[in-house]
Structures are given as C-alpha cells and as structure tokens.
Design a protein around this ligand. Sequence first.
Ligand SMILES: Cc1cc2nc3c(=O)[nH]c(=O)nc-3n(C[C@H](O)[C@H](O)[C@H](O)COP(=O)(O)OP(=O)(O)OC[C@H]3O[C@@H](n4cnc5c(N)ncnc54)[C@H](O)[C@@H]3O)c2cc1C
Length: 386
Amino acid sequence: MSHDVAIIGGGVTGCAAAYFLKAAGVTKVCVIEPDPTYAKASTPVATGGCRRLFGLPENIRMSQFSIPFLKDFASHVAVDGYAPDVQWRERGYLFVVGAGHDKALEKNYRLEKELGVNVELMDRAAIAARYPWMRTDDLAAGVLSPEDGWLDPNSVLQGLRKKAQAMGVEFIRDRVVDVYTAGARVSELELAAGPKVTADSVINAAGCWSGSIAKLAGMDLPVNPMRRFEHFVEISQALPPMPLIKDPDRLVIRPEGTGYSVGLVKSDEPRGFNFDVDPGWFQDVVWPACASRIPAFEALKLRREWAGLYDENELDGNMILGNWPGRLDNFYVACGFSGHGLMHAPAVGRALAELIVKGRFETIDLSRMGYRRVVDNAPYPETGII
Ligand SMILES: Cc1cc2nc3c(=O)[nH]c(=O)nc-3n(C[C@H](O)[C@H](O)[C@H](O)COP(=O)(O)OP(=O)(O)OC[C@H]3O[C@@H](n4cnc5c(N)ncnc54)[C@H](O)[C@@H]3O)c2cc1C
C-alpha cells in the first residue's frame, strides 16, 4: 500500500491532519488507527476547554484560528446532511491567581491584548464583585476571556473522522509495530496484521504512544503518559452561569449539564499507562479544593469520575511539531500537547498540511515548536499555565 501521507494515530490530531491534507489537495492519505472506539485515547476524555489564555504567541495564535473553526464546526465538516453539534458553550475562561503570580498573569494579558484577544484584567475586588459566590481573599488578580468556552470532544473527533473519510481518506484499522528507515527518510511502516505501508511522508500523531513509535525510527521524544482525572459532580443549588475557572491550585471547574465537570492537575503524577481511578484523590484533594474556592461545593454528589492521559512533554509542556531535518526528513511528529491538544487540533492539522505540501509554515510560524529545541535541550515553556 503506497500513500502520499500516512498518519499514525486517528485521534483528534490525526483526523485534523487528514482533513487539512485533503483540503490542501493531497490525493492519497491514510490514517492507521487500531481502535475505532478510542477506549484509551486522550481525545474523548478531555474536558473540552478551548481558550486563548496563553503566554506564548504561537499558542494564542493557534487558538485564534482553532476556536472560530470549532465554533463553526458543522459548516466545515458537514457531510451528507450530517452536521455534528459540538455543543459549543461560549461562557468564557477565567484564570485567577494569588500574589506572586499576578505579574505573570498581567504579562500574558498584555500579550493577549496585543494579539487582539478580547480579555479583561481584574483585581481581587472586581473578581469578588462579579462572582460573589467565589472565595477571593487569597486571590490577587484574574483574567477573563469571555469568547472562550468548551465543547464536546468526542463530537469533534467523530466529525473530523467522518469528514476525512468522505473526502477520501482511508482509515486502516491496525497498529504500527515497526518503522523502517533508509538514509534520512522513513521508508516503510509495519502493521500488526496488515501489509506494509509506504508513504512519501509520515505523521506520528499517536498521542501518548508517539514516544515509543518515534523510538522505532531512532528519534527520542521527551513525551510520557501522565494520568489525569476528571470528575462530574452535582451540587444542591446551581450557581449562576459561570465561565470555566482555573485557580492557583490548578483546579478547573466548569458547568456541565445538570452539574459541574472538575479536575485538578497533579504534575508529579508517576508517568505510565495507568487508567485506574484513585478514589482518594477526589476525596482528599479535589473536593477540598473545590469547596475552598466555591463554598457551594462543600455539599456535593460525585456522580462519575474517570482517568485519561496527557501526552506530557517533559521538556517544556508544549507540543512538538515537525520533522527532524537531515535525520528524518519525511517523518513529522505532532505530540506532547500536555493538556491542550484538543483546542489546538485544527491549527495543528493545518500546520502539518502546510509543512508537507509547501515545505514551510504559511499561516502561523510554529518553527519554535519544532524538534530542534529537543535536540538542543532548549525548553520553550508556556507560562500561561500557572
Ligand atoms: C482528563 C483530560 C482532560 C483534558 N482536557 C483538555 C481540554 O480541556 N482542552 C484541550 O485542548 N485538551 C485537553 N486534554 C488534552 C487532549 O485530550 C489531548 O491533547 C488530545 O486529545 C490529543 O489528541 P491526539 O489525537 O494527539 O491523541 P489521542 O486522542 O490519544 O489519539 C492517539 C491515537 O493513537 C492511536 N495509536 C496508539 N498507538 C498506535 C500505533 N502503534 N499505531 C497506530 N495508532 C496508534 C491510539 O489508539 C489513539 O487513538 C485533556 C486530556 C485529558 C486526559
């Protein structure tokens, strides 16, 4: 089987790449994905948050392309009368920080403004006045981005997948088990059950598995699976409409249906493919953090919780995008999203299509997100994730 582009992994990144490659006129594109139920993939378990609140211009610009694309998703991916509703909720994003982090927040705010993001900087009094149900005595500042919001990740994934299929992308239900190279190129992919796949270009979009796949080609990626829990809770009296809130404990709370979706990132979580839910984590850490931030969460019912994996870039918490010039010219990685790969998938898909079709970034210059910084051990960290 020979293709123009073979994509390893059919999560949101792989499907977005397939869509934009077809839109750019590439003829033969395939996606190799072993599990059409996506039982272990990160995409379906994501919180669904989409924000422009970042500290790096690349991340802000990617959101500025991706969020309008996702907001208007149905018009891009409608096929045969099927127009998926991603349930976009434009309720805003609010980052609140304590003393010591307010300067970083303000710096990011200035950059966001400079790049044309609609953002509002608030001091503690303004936060307290607008959200009287939130504890604010430990806060110094906040930034609200009212045009941000959240959506249903699985609808995005399925919409892109269906559209890519309708555009002629072949989905191969199999697993890449080996990668063969010849000189500075990947020459062949070996699949677990099927025949070998050859392609002019290969994209490694295998999320948490991208590190082990890159290794088969002799490329080291500092990307590991990091478990992260999500909890759905209900409280007796719903709060007024609220944005997604991220607080100094890295607690995230947003409304979801009849309740709230909450989570708290544990950066020192041992790395590995662990999907077990740790019941103590909610009881001992997340619940107290929720109740401390919003007293109405003192009495709540935990309805459901699950574990998913971040593809964590240990170098700097940002994605790694592109090839390894001179060493693996036709092998493009797109991984290490560290918790923001869903919201950036459209921009990443478009960037991959530009790199492969035109040989350069045309819309957003993402060269600082490339593999070079890994080789040079030169982190390019995101300070927006406080
Ligand atoms: C709890 C949680 C909350 C999150 N919240 C957000 C959020 O609010 N906003 C946001 O933007 N992001 C969020 N994320 C991150 C986001 O989910 C990911 O960054 C994004 O889904 C990554 O998509 P992907 O396609 O790269 O990876 P995945 O969705 O993991 O897809 C990778 C695919 O590769 C396939 N694969 C594996 N091995 C092979 C192989 N050998 N051959 C072929 N295919 C293979 C897998 O089957 C899988 O389907 C969250 C993540 C978690 C876990």
